[in-house]
Ligand binder design. Structure first.
Ligand code: SF4
Ligand code: SF4
Ligand code: FES
Length: 281
């Protein structure tokens, strides 16, 4: 049985070509009944079909939860929504690297009969069960950063201000964030925090910093700019980023996270200087 590893893009293309339909692939899955409970591994053998993704394999396992040793067990639990890499719900650690399971093709990762794919839940969020984690803290960070446009209801307010194509391009790239949590899983500064009373002082995360930038670049969203900068200037804000740049390497949407962190770091410095001088008056 070959050792698990994360194939490069070139390997994935080659694997897709050589993968034979009907081969059996082994899924080694980390099982856990909930946060703080002991975890264990179970193996399942799945007969593959061309183009099968990891979620389809999990569906096969759920329909017939029998381990490779022939023992009947409970169905494996996971989360998913869109099945097209848009909602972020199916994010898990596959062969040691965080990514979406709906867009992970079995042919690309396990082209030979007997190849192994390991599945684990993200480690920075509490496990609900098996591969399903509770991402509440990720959304709490977005609330801290006031990552929204402050409008209640709809109004006949006329056409909005014109926006340059450059700014549109920048905002479009940032708007692709799907709150998946990959950047948090990879970040050494973002650690699991059981006590939700501490969430407001723990590192906010690259996703929230980038979303603060997105909404500060929006003409109406700008109305909350000062609140956002205040949140990023406080404990757990942008200065807690250690600049390891792991986040940008794993973001499935290729969001320029280090650029956002640098931009918001500068904006927070200017905000602090302005605050210092205005408080002197
Ligand atoms: S650059 Fe900052 S946010 Fe990104 S992984 Fe490193 S410490 Fe975390
Ligand atoms: S910034 Fe990228 S990795 Fe982080 S939550 Fe958004 S899409 Fe996921
Ligand atoms: S199910 Fe939505 S990203 Fe995978």
């Amino acid at each position: 049985m070959s050792a698990v590893h994360v194939p490069s893009e070139t390997e994935r293309i080659a694997n897709r070509k050589k993968a034979k339909p009907g081969r059996t692939v082994r899924f080694r899955i980390k099982r856990c009944a909930g946060h703080g409970k002991p975890a264990s591994w179970e193996d399942f053998d799945v007969v593959t079909e061309p183009g099968m993704n990891v979620i389809s394999a999990l569906q096969r396992i759920a329909a017939n939860p029998v381990t490779s040793e022939g023992s009947r067990t409970t169905p494996v639990v996971w989360d998913s929504g869109c099945l097209e890499e848009v909602c972020g719900a199916c994010t898990m650690v596959i062969n040691g690297r965080v990514r979406q399971s709906c867009s992970c093709l079995v042919d690309e990762y396990a082209p030979e009969a007997g190849d192994v794919i390991t599945l684990e839940p993200m480690s920075k969020f509490p496990v609900v069960r098996d591969l399903w984690v509770d991402r509440q803290r990720l959304f709490h960070s977005l609330k801290r950063a006031k990552a929204w446009v402050p409008i209640d209801g709809t109004y006949a307010a006329g056409s909005g201000p014109k926006e340059s194509p450059d700014r549109q391009g920048t905002r479009y790239a940032l708007s692709e964030c799907m709150s998946c949590g990959c950047c948090l899983e990879a970040c050494p500064q973002f650690t699991i925090e059981d006590d939700d009373a501490k969430w407001d002082e723990s590192f906010i995360g690259a996703h929230a910093i980038s979303q603060a930038r997105l909404f500060n670049l929006h003409d109406t969203g700008k109305r909350l700019e000062s609140d956002r900068l205040e949140a990023l200037a406080s404990k757990g804000g942008v200065s807690d980023c250690g600049n390891a740049q792991n986040c940008v390497k794993v973001c499935p949407k290729h969001i320029p996270l280090t650029e956002s962190i640098a931009a918001m770091g500068r904006a927070v410095t200017i905000h602090r200087v302005k605050k210092f001088f205005t408080s002197k008056k």
